[in-house]
Write a protein that binds this ligand. Structure first.
Ligand code: FES
Ligand code: FES
Length: 157
C-alpha cells in the first residue's frame, strides 16, 4: 500500500506492507533507528514516537495508519533542538547508561513538560512509568527531568 505522511516536518511517500508496524517502517524502511524496539508488545516504551502531537507506542501501530498523519521521532526532536536541554540534563545527571531507553524517555519527558511545566517528582515518575530502564534505577532520570523543568521556568536546578 502506498502512504503519504509528514515525517519530522517533511512529506514522505512510501510503499508499506499492510501488516508492517510503524516501528519497523521507521527503522527498516526509513533508517530511523533512534526508535528502539524492546518488548514489541506495548510494555517497555522504547519505541515511543509522536503521532499528530500525541505520544504512542510505534510497535502497536501499523504503518498504514500513518497515511495523512504527522509523525515525529527522536531524530526530529533532536535535530530541531526541541529536546536539547533535556538531552543535556540527561548527560549531566548520568540519566543514561546503555541508552536503549533514552529516546523513548526523552519523548515521554518532553510530552509531560509540554502539559505540565512544573511537575513534582511523583508526577514525573507517573508519566514515565510506561518507559522501562534496565540501567539507571530511574532516580537520575527523574532528577534530569525535574532540573529541566526548573531551568525552563527560569530557576536554578
Ligand atoms: S517495543 Fe514498543 S512498547 Fe516495547
Ligand atoms: S539507560 Fe540502559 S535501559 Fe535505560
Amino acid at each position: 500500500m502506498n502512504i503519504t505522511l509528514e515525517l519530522n516536518g517533511a512529506k514522505v511517500t512510501h510503499d508499506v506492507e499492510p501488516r508492517e508496524t510503524l516501528a519497523d517502517f521507521l527503522r527498516h524502511q526509513l533508517g530511523l533507528t533512534g526508535t528502539h524496539l524492546g518488548c514489541e508488545h506495548g510494555v517497555c516504551g522504547a519505541c515511543t514516537v509522536r503521532v499528530d502531537g500525541e505520544i504512542v507506542r510505534s510497535c502497536l501501530m501499523l504503518a498504514v495508519q500513518m497515511h495523512g498523519a504527522s509523525v515525529e521521532t527522536i531524530e526530529g526532536l533532536s535535530d530541531s533542538g526541541e529536546v536539547a536541554d533535556l538531552q543535556a540534563a540527561f548527560r549531566e545527571r548520568n540519566a543514561l547508561q546503555c541508552g536503549f531507553c533514552t529516546p523513548g524517555m526523552l519523548i515521554a519527558a518532553q510530552d509531560l513538560l509540554k502539559q505540565n511545566s512544573e511537575p513534582d517528582r511523583e508526577r514525573i515518575r507517573q508519566h514515565l512509568s510506561g518507559n522501562y530502564c534496565r540501567c539507571t534505577g530511574y532516580q537520575a532520570i527523574i532528577d534530569a527531568v525535574e532540573n529541566t523543568a526548573r531551568a525552563r521556568m527560569g530557576r536554578q536546578s
